[in-house]
Design a protein. Sequence first.
Length: 82
Amino acid sequence: MVLFAFVMAAKAEINIEKCKGCYYCIDVCPAGAIVRSGLSNSKGYDYVEVDRSKCTGCQRCYIVCPDCCFTIVSDSMVKNNK
Ligand code: SF4
Ligand code: SF4
C-alpha cells in the first residue's frame, strides 16, 4: 500500500533547457499530459510542457527521453538524470 501511495503521488517535471524538441515523450505519454509549448528555450529548441493535473507518474517520459529532461517527483522521493 505504501508503494501504491507513492505512484499515485508522483508527477513528472521537465527541465525545458535540456529539451531538444524530439517529441518522443508526447508519443509515449498515456495520459496526454505532455504538449508542445509553442515556445523555444535558450538553445532555440521548441520545448514541451507537462500538465501536472493529468500526469499519473508512470515514468514513461523519464525512460524514453534521450536528453534526460524529466524528473519524477513525489512527496518522499526524487529521481533524476538516469
Ligand atoms: S523526449 Fe525529451 S528532448 Fe524529446 S521532446 Fe520530450 S522532453 Fe524534449
Ligand atoms: S510520468 Fe507518465 S503520465 Fe506523467 S507526463 Fe510522464 S509519461 Fe505522461
